[in-house]
Design a protein around this ligand. Structure first.
Ligand SMILES: *Cc1c(COP(=O)(O)O)cnc(C)c1O
Length: 473
């Protein structure tokens, strides 16, 4: 790579322009016959020389500025980045003998998003259909279809579509009658919506630690945290991984507790042959834009229990009697999904198997290009009973430098995400912590990588380079 940027100081301006033209970097590094750096010249510098009357057969050495910016081998990243500005986007890196050994550049024009929704099926068609039908509010065929199709995808009898995943959790808690004075066990490592829903239900969350290998809630910590006030457990199938549902259901049975599965990141994942969302009393899903399938905003509660189903529906719709309009039996909510959202959902669901397959391929590609790097540990995928799905590709970085890598990704225009912070580290949730040893470890090391495929070899190479390249460490 570096040789495409080099030009001998005896070259003509025309020859230098040819080098700049072919390297696409707008810059050439000028070296003498001993390969020592003599200067840096850009296409803009040459343009100005020509405007000032110099010919393209001029020797470049005679037109180099005395002031030019370069970096030294092993110079810290933080120093190098300070040498980059609006005008200087790329600088040579030299060794002790002033020989160019590498270059450093910041290109913020490319942006690789962490993930983007795949709306390439019937989404627009169904959305348009729903729109033209004028059933754009929360009644309409697509709602019923989405509830039926999604619950059957989850091997659940019933589905109740709601406006987002957070209210799905809140509705589940309310439908189970959980409130003031009740304790609900949640994992320390999750998106905050899990615990917020408990707090909004006026119940008391109890935060417990995760398993080090699955990053999901640890059943033996659950059992230790149970008191006479415990009413429910919310296992979160985190980053597509599946909780140990056998152990959790056993505990729930023993202590007579409800289980609300938070499936917001794991549509289609399985424990043994059971789909997540069908194992506990209620499953809660999110269809936010970055989830496995999306309706823009949206969510769903799934259940196999007819009584719970009726309660969910009642509370979703203002607590209004289904027999007697405007007659309210309980204080309910408006947590409904619109027919427009459901139309997108139906189209997404038609392709969910191929979407899951595609996401699996993204992870397989990363495993292929990064498998030999000892600092990277991929999410465990060989549990006997748990069949995870790929949401965001999730890895641990085993060298305590995660945030430095995140910075490098940012500079390269590649969007990556650190894992969630442990809930127990935040002031507002601290008082609810029971145990949190593993969650702290995993949270600090964890990173979500962007969706890339084997036809994005350039980005794949770049990502690998960020993990391996130590030239500016
Ligand atoms: C996204 C998410 C939610 C909340 O879903 P929204 O639709 O954004 O409200 C809840 N729990 C987990 C684990 C999530 O990732």
């Amino acid at each position: 790579m570096i040789k495409h940027l080099l030009c001998k100081d005896s070259s003509t301006l025309k020859e230098v322009l040819e080098v700049i033209d072919s390297n696409g970097k707008g810059t050439a590094f000028i070296i003498d016959i001993n390969d020592k750096l003599k200067g840096v010249i850009t296409d803009g510098d040459i343009r100005r020389l020509i405007i000032n009357g110099f010919g393209t057969d001029e020797i470049v050495l005679n037109h180099l500025s005395k002031n030019f910016v370069f970096g030294k081998n092993k110079e810290p990243y933080e120093q190098l980045i300070q040498k980059i500005n609006k005008k200087i986007k790329i600088i040579p890196i030299v060794d002790n003998n002033l020989r160019v050994v590498d270059f450093f550049e910041v290109r913020n024009e490319i942006r690789v998003p962490v993930t983007a929704p795949d709306l390439t099926g019937n989404e627009l068609k169904y959305l348009t259909d729903a729109f033209l039908s004028t059933w754009i509010s929360s009644s309409g065929n697509y709602i019923n279809r989405f509830e039926t199709d999604f619950s059957s995808f989850c091997q659940s009898k019933y589905g109740v579509a709601v406006s987002n995943g957070t209210v799905a959790l809140h509705l589940a808690l309310e439908a189970l009658g959980i409130g003031q004075g009740d304790e609900v066990i949640v994992p320390d490592l999750t998106f905050a919506a899990t615990i917020n829903a408990v707090i909004h239900a006026n119940a008391t969350p109890v935060i417990v630690d995760i398993e080090l290998d699955s990053w999901c809630i640890n059943p033996s910590e659950i059992e230790k945290a149970i008191t006479s006030r415990t009413k429910a457990i919310i296992p979160v199938h985190l980053y597509g991984q599946v909780c140990d549902m056998e152990a959790i259901m056993k505990i729930a049975k023993k202590y007579n507790l409800y289980v609300i599965e938070d499936c917001a990141e794991a549509h289609g994942a399985q424990f043994k042959n059971m789909k997540v969302g069908s194992i506990g009393h209620i499953g809660c899903f999110s269809f936010f834009g970055n989830k496995i399938i999306t309706t823009g905003e949206g969510g769903m509660c799934t259940t196999n229990d007819n009584k719970i189903y009726e309660r969910l529906k009642l509370l979703r719709d203002h607590g209004m009697s289904s027999q007697k309009k405007y007659w309210h039996e309980v204080v309910g909510y408006n947590y409904r999904m619109t027919n427009l959202q459901a139309a997108i959902g139906v189209a997404q669901l038609e392709r969910i198997e191929s979407i899951l397959e595609k996401r699996k391929k993204i992870e397989a590609y990363y495993r292929k290009i990064l498998h030999d790097l000892s600092i990277i540990k991929f999410q465990k995928d060989d549990f006997k009973d748990r069949k995870k799905v790929t949401w965001l590709v999730s890895i641990l970085i085993e060298d305590s430098n995660r945030d430095r890598y995140i910075k490098k990704f940012k500079e390269a225009g590649i969007d990556v995400r650190p894992f969630f912070y442990p809930l127990s580290e935040m002031e507002i949730y601290k008082k609810f912590v029971f145990t949190n040893t593993n969650s702290k470890i995993v949270s600090q090391k964890g990173l979500n990588l962007p969706d890339i495929f084997d036809n994005n070899k350039n980005i794949g190479d770049k990502i690998r380079h960020i993990f391996t390249g130590d030239f500016y460490e």
